[in-house]
Ligand binder design. Structure first.
Ligand SMILES: NC(=O)C1=CN([C@@H]2O[C@H](COP(=O)(O)OP(=O)(O)OC[C@H]3O[C@@H](n4cnc5c(N)ncnc54)[C@H](OP(=O)(O)O)[C@@H]3O)[C@@H](O)[C@H]2O)[C@@H](O)CC1
Ligand SMILES: Nc1ncnc2c1ncn2[C@@H]1O[C@H](COP(=O)(O)OP(=O)(O)O)[C@@H](O)[C@H]1O
Ligand SMILES: [K+]
Length: 504
């Protein structure tokens, strides 16, 4: 499922109409009919529906929805929120059809008490403005949207909640708070931004006949990583496999005050299917984590005040990938460990404190040819880019892509919606997971899963997407079956991986 900006959606639309010669009013008919079908499955014939239509094509969709539901036998009223002369083109055509089917139409400016009028309705269908919104809502829409948001009625938005921007990066807006949004053609970027996603309520996306070629011509691919994508790309094990076929991974990190993190990463990598995992850390950390991951092997690294030192004595030969930085601490003495790891000719994952050390030494990335994967949370992404966390949360797609393409690395920008970006700027969003993961240690577990996944028979990008998918899915299944978001621990997420593998 594609994730689009407004411009990309208009490009898809234009391509379908100009190159494939699809008719605009047919696309509108498809959209409206598809949504009407879905609305009808949510309501009953006793419920009164008010369809609010605006001046653009979003309003046109509203007229098709109104006609379709009317002809199915529902109680429908259209409330037109703009003057007659503003309804033009395909929308005007569909308005005519609705009126010729004896549809009831009221004008907003002829109603004395809008609040009372809306209170009479059970269901509000919001087809006032779609992706064509520009700037802050003007009156009377601004007041109307605020009134709608005070109602208890079921509110269903068409394509996007009216007033909400399509693209990331807008801080302030007034928009309909939908209970459910019926997205047309492709899901919009703001459905994955922390401060705009809640406006959509639940959402579902319907295909209205846009050809695949219309999506393929987009400059850059940006998709939701779905269950189907996981099942299509996740590699099967062959009957004759041996441990060497599933990768020999190395994890480097740990310090006296953060010993557990490396244990979580190591165990998670083993649980996720790595053939062999070796943890390189201080003697005291090894003593503390060894019983938690008995299948792992260990390499002792010299220490200074409980932190790893130098790192030039770690032998990378024979390993297929390395993850570094987990629980490492920010002591300057540990910085060379990152530099040495960067010289190893195998895929490199840099996590946690490793990212802080990397920031002081970013040029090591330019010298590498093998894949580098960075796994920042928004705070670490902000640190890498010299921005505020607010900036990153406002434009995660933009900033993750900027860093990935500027430095030729993969970026896994973690959060409620994790954005995975490849060195060319291709992006995917993982939507599995829940707030039970918002706890220390969850990221360490993810790093272990990533290490295991990138050593399996799948591309690095697919491996990263699948790692985020199973990490979140484990948390989702655990809170359905035996845990809550409150008590879920990072170590539970490791054990929950078996549920994911068995279920999917
Ligand atoms: N083939 C197609 O094209 C298909 C398109 N599809 C549908 O079309 C939608 C996009 O349609 P669109 O481009 O006509 O824009 P749309 O979202 O209706 O809004 C524009 C209107 O809003 C108004 N307005 C804007 N900002 C405002 C503000 N701040 N405050 C107040 N008013 C404001 C603006 O008024 P104006 O500024 O012109 O006075 C203008 O008239 C898309 O989301 C999908 O639903 C589907 O049917 C599939 C096929
Ligand atoms: N509300 C949430 N919904 C879904 N996933 C979440 C949520 N909060 C955190 N996560 C996931 O949990 C992990 C937290 O990683 P991170 O912040 O690095 O934690 P830590 O460093 O404490 O281990 C990430 O994979 C993130 O995507
Ligand atoms: K809308």
């Amino acid at each position: 499922m594609y994730i689009v900006t407004a411009k990309e959606m208009y490009d898809i639309d234009q391509f379908s109409m100009d190159r494939v010669e699809m008719d605009g009013s047919m696309l509108m008919e498809n959209a409206g009919r598809e949504i009407a079908q879905r609305v009808s499955s949510m309501i009953n014939f006793e419920q009164a529906l008010c369809i609010l239509v605006g001046s653009g094509n979003n309003g046109g969709d509203g007229f098709v929805i109104a006609r379709t539901l009317l002809n199915m036998g529902y109680k429908v009223t259209v409330l037109q929120v703009v003057e007659d002369k503003k309804i033009v083109g395909h929308a005007a055509y569909h308005k005519r059809l609705y009126l010729k089917c004896d549809g009831i139409l009221k004008q907003l400016n002829e109603i004395n008490d809008v609040q009372e009028e809306l209170n009479k309705e059970d269901v509000i269908v919001d087809a006032m403005i779609g992706i064509g919104v520009k700037g802050d809502l003007r009156e009377p829409l601004y007041s109307l949207v605020n009134q709608i948001n005070r109602l208890d009625n079921l509110v269903l938005s068409v394509d996007i909640p009216s007033g909400l921007p399509t693209d990331e990066g807008v801080a302030d807006f007034t928009a309909v708070q939908a209970d459910h949004t019926f997205v047309i053609g492709a899901i919009k970027q703001t459905a994955f931004i922390q401060h705009t996603a809640p406006s959509y309520g639940k959402w579902e996306c319907s295909s209205i006949g846009f050809p695949q070629a219309a999506f393929k011509q987009l400059e850059m691919e940006r998709k939701v990583w779905t269950k189907a994508a996981f099942q299509r790309t996740f590699p099967e094990r062959s009957e004759y496999d041996h441990k060497g076929d599933h990768g020999k991974g190395l994890v480097i990190g740990g310090s006296s005050n953060m010993p557990g993190a490396l244990g979580l990463t190591t165990r998670a990598a083993l649980r996720s299917g790595a053939g062999l995992v070796t943890a390189a850390t201080t003697d005291s950390v090894i003593k503390r984590i060894a019983s938690f991951c008995p299948e792992a092997t260990f390499v002792t690294v010299p220490e200074i005040n409980g932190h790893l030192k130098y790192g030039n004595d770690i032998d990378y030969k024979g390993f297929d990938a390395v993850a570094i930085g987990i629980g490492l601490g920010r002591e300057a003495a540990s910085r060379p460990v990152i530099r040495h790891a960067a010289a190893a000719k195998i895929p490199l994952i840099i996590d946690g404190d490793g990212l802080t050390h990397l920031k002081a030494d970013l040029e090591v990335l330019d010298e590498r040819e093998e894949p580098v994967i960075l796994t920042p949370h928004p705070g670490e992404m902000a640190m890498l880019l010299d921005l505020s966390v607010k900036d990153v949360l406002m434009r995660p797609f933009h900033y993750a892509k900027k860093f990935a393409t500027d430095h030729g690395v993969y970026v896994v920008l973690k959060g409620a919606f994790t954005v995975i970006t490849d060195p060319n700027g291709k992006q995917a969003v993982n939507t599995t997971g829940n707030a039970g993961l918002a706890k220390g240690g969850s990221g360490d577990v993810l790093t272990g899963i990533i290490l295991a996944m990138i050593m399996q028979k799948q591309s690095i990008f697919e491996g990263l997407c699948n790692a985020c998918f199973v990490h979140g899915k484990s948390a989702d299944l655990l809170i359905q079956e035996s845990h809550s978001q409150h008590d879920l621990l990072a170590s539970d997420v490791i054990e929950g991986l078996s549920l994911v593998y068995r279920t999917f």
